[in-house]
Design a binder for this molecule. Structure first.
Ligand SMILES: Cc1cc2nc3c(=O)[nH]c(=O)nc-3n(C[C@H](O)[C@H](O)[C@H](O)COP(=O)(O)OP(=O)(O)OC[C@H]3O[C@@H](n4cnc5c(N)ncnc54)[C@H](O)[C@@H]3O)c2cc1C
Length: 266
């Protein structure tokens, strides 16, 4: 069995630096300059699952990202991990996209690649965190999707049994390829790139597609194609003050309890 696997990966700001992100008071946009970026953490789990499935059967893993030219860095990292092909959907016309206007180019880009059996996404990103893009891609491609996936078993060559996390348990669903799965971190432990992988990645080419290349439907991209608008952006100013009680645990706990009593918190 040979499978065409597509993994959607997004370049996101490194959460370690979230406290350094500020808001431009005039433009009302988020200032990300100088903030290091990484592959969205759950997308690393999606890549790992794609690679594991390819190793188990055979086939091809292609990573697709939509973003500015700098997003090629996450694709280079994915190539170093062992994927076969990388595609960056990059066009000024994509700027200002909401989730639907992100899903349209991704779905069109995936269609442009030709055959696909399995599309893997992270369940959500660490920045936007809507969890909408995966299901929207699936709807646009007319294929089923399952979110919160923490385990994939193969019933036979075309049918999968996927375990999806629920608030107080899980459900098992049988789905037939082609399907889109949005994965959570419990699904696997992502590998690290090897030296050979990093060297091999420099020889692989990243394909760039613009809006015209992928025949994306008119009026579906960028700010103009976004059915939602950001009405306001503001910084949350916390009114709460922290107080650090230092010392050995036994003594610090006693003083913490005393302080909480003084404040009538307990
Ligand atoms: C009105 C509006 C305007 C916006 N303008 C901008 C803007 O100008 N610039 C900007 O950077 N953001 C902008 N955004 C945010 C942008 O819409 C989101 O970053 C994007 O749609 C992804 O949403 P998310 O982070 O919630 O992804 P989620 O739905 O949480 O992501 C789930 C999974 O989908 C896949 N995925 C998501 N995004 C991508 C991607 N780009 N490439 C590949 N795979 C992906 C990944 O596998 C990811 O784990 C705007 C949002 C709105 C609502």
């Amino acid at each position: 069995m040979s499978l065409d696997i597509v993994v959607c990966i997004k370049q996101v700001p490194d959460p370690e630096y979230f406290s350094k992100i500020t808001i431009d008071p005039v433009k009302q946009t988020i200032r990300r300059e100088g903030i290091p970026t990484i592959i969205n953490p759950l997308d690393k789990h999606a890549l790992e699952e794609g690679l594991k499935i390819k190793e188990k059967f055979s086939g091809k893993v292609t990573a697709v990202s939509m973003g500015p030219p700098s997003a090629r860095e996450v694709l280079e990292e994915a190539l170093a991990l062992g994927i076969d092909d990388a595609v960056l959907l990059c066009d000024r016309a994509f700027a200002g996209a909401d989730t639907l206007a992100t899903a349209y180019p991704l779905a069109s880009g995936i269609k442009k690649l030709g055959n696909f059996d399995l599309i893997l996404c992270g369940n959500e990103t660490v920045d936007g965190a809507t969890g909408q893009v995966g299901p929207q891609i699936a709807e646009l491609l007319g294929i089923p999707h399952v979110t919160f996936v923490n385990e994939i078993e193969w019933a036979n060559e075309r049918d999968l049994i996927v375990k999806s996390t629920l608030e107080r348990g899980y459900m098992k669903l049988q789905v037939t390829l082609p399907v889109l799965l949005s994965v959570v971190k419990e699904i696997n432990e992502p590998r690290l790139p090897t030296v050979l992988g990093i060297m091999g990645a420099t020889e692989k080419e990243i394909k760039f597609f613009n809006a015209k290349d992928i025949d994306v439907p008119e009026g579906t991209i960028g700010l103009a194609g976004s059915p939602t608008r950001v009405a306001d952006v503001f910084e949350h100013k916390s009114k709460r003050k922290g107080e650090i009680i230092e010392g050995l645990p036994e003594d610090a706990v006693k003083r913490a309890v005393k302080r909480l009593r003084e404040l009538k918190a307990i």
